[in-house]
Design a protein around this ligand. Sequence first.
Ligand code: SF4
Length: 368
Amino acid sequence: MRQAEALLTWFDQHRRDLPWRRTSDPYKIWLSEVMLQQTRVETVLPFYNRFLERFPAVEDLARAEVEEVLALWSGLGYYRRARQLHAAARKVAEAGTFPSTVEGLLALPGIGAYTAAAVASIAFGVATPVMDGNVERVLSRVLALDEDPKSGAARKKLLAKAAELLDPARPGDSNQALMELGATLCSPRRPKCLLCPLLSGCRAAREGDPESYPIPKVKRDSERHRLLVAVVEDDSGVLLFRRPDDSTLLAGTWELPWITRERDGVPEPGEPGEVLAGRYGGRWTIGPRVGGVRHGITYRDLEIDVHRAELAWGGEVREGMAAGFFDEAGRANLPLSSLVGKVLAAVPRPGATPSAEAPARRFRSRRR
Ligand code: SF4
């Protein structure tokens, strides 16, 4: 049996039953592809269902405010995806039709080569191969590719192999089959080669050490950062700031005020109150340390000193930001950085949190 045929036969027998596989609606397929980037299927499922309950069609998403979209995304991380999804939905709604070609999809905000190929092949039957982390691993092993799979030359070989495995009559299924194989059998550790439909043509399995592919990339050294996080509370909740929309990281998410105090043991200049004032405005009085938290973000290892603090200001915040006091119920409706819950859990509670309607007080920056 040809490899492409063996792959599809295996997929037909073993595919997981997932909601985005029961539809040919490009909007729903696109949503699943965006949510699944860097996120596991089990994590995505409840978010996907909730999102579609609220926004069943691309026009519903286009009409929504971005704040509501970000709040529904809260917990999935990588909020930039949600903002771009929303921006792209507006373009699709404006055009009145969903682009059905790779080129048309690539013209939408936030849609890269992988998503364009996935949506085009799955929703519209375009015979184009996809390349994600799973496919890269499977095919690096099948070819026993002895070079960095991200390099231009390796990419070409991987895409050529993916195209060879594509059945032109069922390109979406062929692509999903390769991704499914990477997600289930051809795992990073202990791949289940004996169950694999590609075993007879897999060079890495024949060599006896498939785990050694793809060639590992050189790891970036980790950095140790010491942060100070300031917890300002009043009767209506905890003070949070919204990151500006043009932030490179976590744009539009809400965070506790924080500053870096040390990088790899080297102190940062400035007195904490002044540095906080420089970033957020107002006059700060830093109280005692009340707890500590460890947190990892990509290559950064964060050690966080949590302090109570007081802020004197007139409610005016830096341009592009917003701020407000939020109780627990209010925070549940915000796109929050994952650190907020961790830090607040480390703050000793003198009594129960008041349950005022949130946000009790909210401020926006003044436009100049
Ligand atoms: S035979 Fe093993 S290493 Fe090769 S593709 Fe299949 S699961 Fe991966």
